[in-house]
Design a protein. Structure first.
Length: 382
C-alpha cells in the first residue's frame, strides 16, 4: 500500500522510522476496534495511541502498574482509582462513553477523609475540594484508550461466575443490601424514583453499565485483595448471597447523584484537617488511623455519630455517639468488642454496623475498644 511509503531511506535501502512503526501498530489496532481506515493519516493515527494518551493524561492521578496502597499515607495520597486491573473491572462500552464525558462516581472523593468538612459538629463533604477528571477524549481517542485499559487485567480473577441475565428477587436483594448487610450505609442505589444510600463509597446507581459482574462478585467476596486499605469490610457470605448482591448491583443502570448533592449543598468550601478530628489522649497512631479510616464515615470525625453517611440521610438508625458517657458506660467492653468484630446484629443492634473481624486483628480491635473508652471518658458501669 502506498500509505506505507513515507518512511526514511538510508543508503538506497528503506528503513522504517520509530514513528512509522508506531503508526503501523495504530492502524492495525484501529482496524481491530472498528475505526475506519479511510480517515486515518500518519498524524491522526499517532494521536490514537492508547498507551501514549494514558501516559500523558492519566498516570499523574491513576496507578496503572500496581500495587494498590498498603499504608495509610499511601491511601491519603491516592488521587484517583487504580486502573491496573481496569480490564477486569469495567465494561468497555461504558468506559468509552465515560472517557468522552466523565461523571463523578465517588460523591465523597477518592478518599472521603480528605474531603470532610465539619460544621457545628456535623460532617459533610466539601464538594469544592473534589476535583473532577479534567480529561475529555474525542471518540477515536476514547476507543483506543478503552481498548488499552481493557488489556490491564487480573489474570487470577475467576470469570464466568455470574450469569448477568439470571432472574432474581429484587425485594430479597434489597433486603439483603439494605437491612441484613451494611451496604446501603456507604453506597447509593436506585429504588423506584428514589436514590437511597451513603456517600463514603462509590455511587452504584449505574453500576450495571459500569462494572463487570464477575469483578463485582470478586470485590464483595474479598475487598482487601483489590485494595488492602479499603474501608469496605470483608464479610463471609455464601455464593448464593454473593450472587444475589451482584445481580442486584448489576440491575442499576441509571446514573443519579441525589444523595451526594443533598450532602454537598450545606458543606463549607474547604475540608477540615485531620488534625482537627477528635483524638483522645495517648492514642497510638495505628489505632487512631484505624478509627478514622473505618469508623469516621458513620460515627463522625468528632465521634458523635454525625458522620457523612448519617448526615447524608443514608442511615435509618443513627450511629452511636461515642462522646455520650451516660450511654457508653452501660456497655461492657466485651459488647463493644463483639459489635466491632461481628457487627451490630451480634449485639442486637442495627445490621448497618458492619463487622470488622475479617479486616482487623484481635489486638487492633482491643485497642479500638480502649480508644472508645478514652473518647467517652468512661468505664463500663461507670
Amino acid at each position: 500500500m502506498a500509505v506505507f511509503a513515507t518512511g526514511s531511506r538510508r543508503h538506497g535501502t528503506r528503513s522504517v522510522s520509530s514513528n512509522e512503526h508506531r503508526w503501523r501498530q495504530n492502524i492495525l489496532f484501529a482496524a481491530m476496534i472498528g475505526i475506519p481506515l479511510l480517515f486515518l493519516t500518519p498524524k491522526n493515527t499517532l494521536a490514537l495511541d492508547g498507551p501514549a494518551i494514558v501516559q500523558s493524561n492519566c498516570v499523574s492521578c491513576h496507578n496503572i502498574n500496581g500495587p494498590a496502597p498498603t499504608t495509610f499515607e499511601g491511601l491519603l495520597n491516592r488521587k484517583a482509582p487504580d486502573l491496573f486491573y481496569a480490564g477486569s473491572k469495567f465494561n468497555r462500552p461504558w468506559l468509552v462513553e465515560w472517557l468522552q464525558n466523565p461523571k463523578q462516581i465517588r460523591p465523597a472523593g477518592e478518599l472521603y477523609l480528605n474531603h470532610i468538612a465539619v460544621n457545628d459538629g456535623e460532617d459533610s463533604i466539601a464538594a469544592a475540594s473534589i476535583k473532577p477528571c479534567p480529561v475529555e477524549l474525542n471518540p477515536g481517542q476514547a476507543e483506543v484508550v478503552a481498548g488499552y485499559l481493557m488489556t490491564l487485567r487480573d489474570e487470577t480473577m475467576e470469570t464466568g461466575v455470574i450469569d448477568a441475565g439470571k432472574k432474581f428477587s429484587k425485594a430479597k436483594a434489597l433486603r439483603l443490601f439494605r437491612k441484613q448487610l451494611p451496604c446501603v450505609g456507604c453506597h447509593s442505589v436506585n429504588w423506584g424514583k428514589k436514590t437511597i444510600g451513603g456517600i463514603s463509597g462509590p455511587n452504584l446507581t449505574e453500576a450495571g453499565l459500569r462494572l463487570n459482574p464477575d469483578w463485582v462478585y470478586a470485590r464483595i467476596k474479598d475487598p482487601q485483595y483489590w485494595d488492602p486499605r479499603t474501608w469496605m469490610p470483608k464479610i463471609d457470605l455464601s455464593h448464593k448471597k454473593l450472587e444475589l448482591l451482584t445481580l442486584f448491583i448489576g440491575s442499576m443502570n441509571s446514573y443519579r447523584q441525589d444523595v451526594a448533592q443533598a450532602s454537598d449543598s450545606a458543606s463549607p468550601r474547604m475540608p477540615t484537617p485531620l488534625s482537627k478530628f477528635v483524638s483522645p489522649p495517648n492514642a497510638t497512631i495505628e489505632t487512631e488511623r484505624n478509627y478514622r479510616l473505618y469508623c469516621v464515615q458513620c460515627h463522625g470525625s468528632q465521634g458523635n455519630g454525625l458522620g457523612v453517611n448519617n448526615t447524608a440521610g443514608a442511615l435509618s438508625v443513627s450511629p452511636r455517639d461515642y462522646l455520650l458517657a451516660s450511654e457508653m458506660s452501660k456497655l461492657k467492653d466485651d459488647e463493644i468488642k463483639s459489635a466491632i468484630t461481628l457487627g451490630g446484629d451480634a449485639v442486637q443492634k442495627s445490621g448497618l454496623m458492619p463487622g470488622w473481624g475479617n479486616t482487623l486483628g484481635e489486638k487492633q480491635i482491643d485497642a479500638l475498644v480502649l480508644y472508645l473508652r478514652k473518647l467517652c471518658q468512661c468505664e463500663a458501669g461507670g
